[in-house]
Design a protein around this ligand. Structure first.
Ligand code: ADP
Ligand code: MG
Length: 477
């Protein structure tokens, strides 16, 4: 198509009203447009010009109406709402006192305008708005294993899971965006893939785009470099569901944020579902533009908490079934107790002992589990110090730190001290004498006695068992 649109082109006005147009603008108007179009760079800035205004083309001029085209409906609306008034003012000014004066500005959609200077291009027949577009190049592949079926629900992830289900099951959009956040390896990506799988299963005609924020940035930068931001915008804006994983990645990346913000707004305006994950709550995402942060919190913000013992055990049981491996309950319990950092590591630990048993043709026992996972367990134990344990225990029982070291034997002090010794034995790699020294220079036999005593008590005193569990969670969570 030529710059002036002199040829007959199929125009889509408003709601797909087709019309043949051949109202060729005069040389004067063409000159006005050329000047104005050029001035837009300085008027609106280079970034806006490149993303929005560059593709504007003069199509026709009739009775004071300057008709310019853009390749997509979305762009037309956006320009209409944001820049049209100023563009018209520029045209009016530029054409004032000339042969022909511009009085109105009409922005129309010419779908093949995106293919520049391609006179051979057929009329836009294939550009069917309802057609499912191909996003496979941008979208990241989904992990087959990450489904709702394989997602174990527990207290820490119940809210996020319920929200994810709502998104899948609601006919209308229940909240926009759905913002899921939580620490590493707690199931954010798993949940997002589960949503994508479920939507694709239920409504295959919907276009679901899933990608990491990192990939979003990569695609955006690539589009900038190839001068194909139009295609980029159009691709993102034509999806039904957009999922961006690990949004924290674009913190500090200003132009990517800007682009994402526009995409986000465009999709929300079109009532399309957006799902975002991050490692922090929207308000805590440093390096993210304030507008974007507040926009992210508009819908439902669901956090995934650190795992609990119960959830860890549940996941291990599910995983055991999936693996079809012969793993004793005691081993699962041991892992649930020891590997508390996140679910990824927990799974990794189970996979390792299963693989080891396979290769060595040994049965899985508690002993060889401890052996196989030695390094991992030690790494874990190192994270918790006896000081921390003493502090937490003191806090829990309303004691002073000094009570942990003191010689006082009153039950209300001695019992918590024993609990602290027990936890020190459980959660650290310290030897009994080392632990004894940390408790005011006590003998290793005292520590051993304390450990046995607490183990015994936990069996038949629910209160103690609960105390220990609460403190352990506080320390390991
Ligand atoms: P994140 O994206 O939060 O870092 P992932 O979604 O990648 O975490 O989860 C890490 C691993 O833990 C994955 O293998 C995932 O399948 C598993 N996982 C996480 N949460 C659960 C859960 N509730 N039930 C079963 N597996 C889970
Ligand atoms: Mg993830």
């Amino acid at each position: 198509m030529s710059e002036t649109g002199g040829k007959s082109v199929a125009l889509i006005r408003g709601n797909a009203e087709y019309q043949e147009a051949s109202l060729e603008p005069s040389a004067t108007i063409m000159k006005v447009w050329k000047k104005v179009h050029n001035d837009m760079r300085s008027e609106f800035g280079e970034a806006i010009f490149r993303s929005w205004l560059k593709p504007l083309k003069l199509q026709a001029f009739y009775h004071g109406t300057m008709e310019v085209s853009v390749p997509t409906r979305f762009m037309r609306d956006w320009i209409q709402n944001h820049y049209a008034e100023r563009i018209l003012a520029m045209c009016v000014e530029e054409s004032a006192n000339g042969e022909e004066e511009v009085k109105r500005l009409q922005i129309v959609v010419v779908q093949n305008a995106i293919v520049e200077d391609d006179a051979e291009q057929d009329a836009p027949t294939k550009a069917n708005q309802n057609q499912k577009i191909d996003v496979s190049e941008i979208s990241s592949p989904l992990d087959e294993r990450f489904t709702f079926d394989s997602f174990v629900v527990g207290k820490p992830n119940a809210l996020a899971h319920a929200a994810a289900r709502r998104v899948v099951e609601s006919a209308a959009i229940p909240f926009n965006p759905l913002f899921i956040y939580g620490g590493v390896g707690l199931g954010k990506t798993h949940l997002m893939h589960a949503i994508a799988h479920a939507i694709e299963e239920q409504t295959p005609e919907k276009t679901v785009m899933y990608l990491s924020a990192e990939k979003f940035m990569y695609q955006f930068v690539k589009a900038l470099r190839n001068d194909s931001t139009m295609t980029f915008k159009e691709q993102f804006r034509s999806v039904d569901v957009l999922m961006i994983d690990d949004i924290q990645f674009i913190a500090g990346k200003e132009s990517t944020q800007e682009e994402f913000f526009h995409t986000f707004n465009a999709l929300v305006d079109q009532n399309k579902q957006i799902i975002i994950s991050a490692d922090k709550a929207p308000g805590d995402l440093n390096g993210l533009d304030e507008r974007l942060r507040s926009r992210l919190a508009w819908g439902l913000v669901a956090d995934i908490h650190p795992t609990t013992y119960d959830l860890r055990l549940g996941i291990l049981q599910t995983k055991r079934e999936l693996l079809g491996a012969d793993v004793p309950d005691s081993v699962l319990e041991f892992l649930a107790l020891k590997v508390t950092s996140n679910i990824r590591e927990l799974e990794g630990a189970l996979n390792r002992i299963v693989a080891h048993a396979d290769v060595s043709r040994q049965e899985i026992t508690l002993e060889n589990t401890q052996e196989v996972l030695q390094d991992l367990l030690r790494a874990h134990d190192r994270r918790i110090t006896i000081d921390e344990i003493q502090r937490k225990v003191a806090e829990h029982y309303n004691l002073r730190m000094a009570d942990m070291h003191s010689a006082r034997r009153a039950r209300n002090v001695a019992r918590p001290r024993q609990v602290a010794m027990y936890l020190a034995k459980q959660l650290t790699a310290r030897s009994l004498p080392e632990i004894g020294r940390k408790f005011g220079g006590r003998d290793h036999t005292t520590v051993m006695h304390a450990v046995r005593k607490v183990e015994e008590l936990m069996e038949d005193d629910a209160q103690i068992a609960q105390d220990v569990d609460v403190i352990r969670r506080a320390l390991t969570g």
